[in-house]
Design a protein around this ligand. Structure first.
Ligand SMILES: [Zn+2]
Length: 270
């Protein structure tokens, strides 16, 4: 029986939707573009998809799976071939399920935060199992932090969505500095953990807060961790569904002002 197009093996592929045209492997990968760079990793029971373009100097993060607007904003940026590495949680819910455990992936970045979160979300869990879960998270935490934080001095940008009931006004009392540049839209704001980043964000048309020195409750979130270890971290908070707004906030930070990292500026232009 003569081989039909679907029987082809080896380096050539037939794509049924592309008419009669055959694609070589190289053409296929080129057609898939950035998809060819997809990677999946699981750390602390949290599964991330990694999208990378160019040097991974700047990290971008979606850590809550149900924050769909933030996911779309970040995906669109990476599809436009902007440089950096993006970590997108593949879960569709806010909480991660690991066996019988449930936890918020943005509340396990300290021992105290993890214990509080595990107790709150798994009230039926026997004390001995809770202890085992804590030990497991303790072991995983270092790898999670090393994965998400970029090289020292580089910026980590996290995208979150909120809903009515939470806004910048909840953060102001625990912030060191505040810039209400867009008071009509209190759901949309930057949260920075480094004074230098905050000083740039103050020049944006958007709200911004700085949280670095003021003693606040350690809730096990990434912003608390970043403030504690002196990492550069900016969270872009926007109301769920505010796609255009969150896109503008990300672009302002990442592109519009030609935002460069301090090391870049230390290098004299040739
Ligand atoms: Zn979130």
């Amino acid at each position: 029986m003569p081989a039909g197009p679907h029987d082809r093996v080896g380096p050539r592929y037939h794509l049924p939707l592309s008419g009669e045209r055959d694609f070589s492997r190289r053409e296929l990968l080129a057609a898939l573009g950035w998809f060819s760079r997809r990677r999946l990793i699981t750390v602390a029971g949290i599964r991330f998809e990694l999208l990378r373009r160019g040097a991974p100097e700047r990290h971008y993060l979606l850590i809550h799976g149900d924050e769909e607007t933030a996911r779309q904003v970040l995906l669109a940026r990476m599809q436009r071939h902007r440089p950096g590495i993006a970590f997108l949680v593949t879960h569709q819910q806010r909480l991660v399920r690991w066996g019988a455990l449930r936890f918020d992936p943005n509340r396990i970045l300290s021992g105290a935060g993890a214990e509080r979160n595990l107790r709150a979300l798994n009230p039926q869990l026997p004390e001995a199992d809770l202890k085992l879960a804590m030990e497991w998270l303790e072991r995983e935490r270092g790898r999670l932090i090393r994965t998400l934080l970029p090289k020292r001095g580089r910026l980590l940008v996290a995208l979150h969505n909120n809903q009515p009931g939470y806004s910048v006004h909840h953060e102001i009392p625990i912030s060191d500095e505040t810039a209400l540049n867009d008071p009509q839209h209190s759901h949309d704001f930057y949260l920075a953990t480094h004074p230098e980043d905050f000083r740039r964000l103050v020049r944006s048309p958007f709200n911004a807060v700085l949280q670095v020195r003021k003693p606040v409750d350690d809730d096990g979130s990434l912003s608390r961790l970043a403030a504690r270890v002196g990492a550069r971290y900016v969270n872009i908070e926007a109301l769920l569904g505010s796609l255009a707004k969150q896109t503008r906030m990300l672009e302002w930070l990442a592109d519009d002002l030609g935002w460069r990292d301090p090391q870049d500026e230390a290098v004299p232009a040739s």
